[in-house]
Design a protein around this ligand. Structure first.
Ligand code: AQP
Length: 332
């Protein structure tokens, strides 16, 4: 039976990228009658230092965002990672299955660490093994993510296969990444070759889920572009990363194809396209941000939802972990 798992880090500033690449698709999947498990991955968040009080707020804000974007905590399981001990325990076992060479090839670590690799936490380096544990401790079969997480899901597949091979079992299913539709790769508003990211030091590089209408409009108005008019077909965007990004965002928000956007706006200047995009973004995001604010006014209710989700998650994860421990030879 298909089982979906995905997670997002509560590291602040949820972006339009997180929304189009992940959040928006989660609610849709749950409606297809599939078992869906969504996690606020607070253990991943501390791979980079987080102020403890801020982390608590960001965790609640992300839980609220999941719900505001259509996740129903009755239909899906919604919880924070640190409340279910199987994640950490299985991660240790998988740390012993993963090879150092595999980790060294992970591009996200290289991007985040830059020239400072020696000064980053060990947790940031082994993050993909924890992510593999997140997925495998539920024997999840499908993992909806943005393009940027594809390599980590592929590593998860390799870890699952190596565990099965090393212990001569057919225990972990090999999970599939689900990367589809427009908006799986939203780029920075300041640099069309860099992904839109929560942790980008420039707030102007991203649209935050909680930005108000004026801020969203201003950020789109100031977004980097080139002087040319929009082309009439997608091929014309090939060497124009900033233009391509804004058209992709439009397509993602309107849930139409890039060709459809260009049929409407081809030949027009950014002076005309940007206000249309700003209107679309504001109309789309405003109800979400006000719903997040409404939910955040009741933090106890959010904590209750997370605790309840954690209990249901644990009921699935604990027996799978127990079996994994038995397979590797631990006495109970
Ligand atoms: N720019 C993006 N376009 C499409 N999808 C994106 N995602 C993130 N950025 C984009 C998707 O959002 C989900 C959650 O991501 P995450 O919080 O686990 O970490 P991340 O991928 O590292 O995202 P950020 O925003 O760049 O966070 P920081 O800056 O903290 O590292 C994933 O499904 C991801 O694909």
């Amino acid at each position: 039976t298909p089982r979906v798992f995905s997670g997002i880090q509560p590291s602040g500033n949820l972006t339009l990228g997180n929304y189009l690449g992940a959040l928006r698709r989660f609610g849709k999947m749950q409606d297809d009658g599939i078992e869906t498990i969504y996690c606020v991955v607070d253990m991943h968040a501390i791979t980079v230092w987080q102020d403890p009080a801020a982390l608590r707020n960001q965790t609640r804000e992300l839980a609220a965002a999941y719900i505001a974007c259509g996740l129903d905590p009755q239909k899906s399981i919604l919880f924070n990672q640190s409340q279910v001990p199987a994640h950490a325990e299985l991660a240790w076992i998988l740390n012993c299955v993963v090879r150092i060479g595999w980790m060294s090839r992970m591009t996200q670590f290289k991007d985040k660490a830059g020239k400072n690799a020696e000064k980053m936490s060990l947790g940031l380096y082994v993050y993909p093994a924890l992510m593999a544990a997140d997925i495998l401790t539920y024997k999840a079969t499908h993992v909806p993510v943005g393009e940027d997480q594809k390599q980590h899901v592929e590593l998860t597949r390799d870890v699952a296969a190596k565990f099965n091979h090393d212990y001569g079992v057919d225990f972990f299913p090999i999970p599939d990444p689900v990367i589809e539709g427009t908006g799986t790769r939203v780029m920075s508003l300041r640099d069309g070759n860099k992904k839109m990211s929560k942790s980008d030091p420039s707030d102007k590089s991203r649209i935050n889920l909680i930005d108000d209408a004026d801020t969203i409009a201003a950020k789109i108005r100031k977004a980097k572009t080139d002087p040319d008019a929009l082309p009439s077909e997608a091929a014309g965007l090939a060497d124009r990363p900033e233009a391509r990004n804004l058209v992709n965002i439009y397509a993602g928000l309107a849930d139409i194809s890039v060709d459809d956007v260009l049929r409407e706006f081809g030949g027009q200047q950014f002076g005309a396209f940007k206000p249309a995009l700003a209107d679309l973004a504001v109309n789309h995001m405003a109800p979400i941000s006000s719903e997040i604010a409404r939910l955040l006014a009741q933090p106890d209710e959010i904590d209750r939802i997370l605790a309840n989700g954690a209990e249901r998650a644990d009921a699935i994860a604990a027996p799978i972990l127990a079996e994994a421990k038995q397979i590797v030879g631990f006495i109970k």
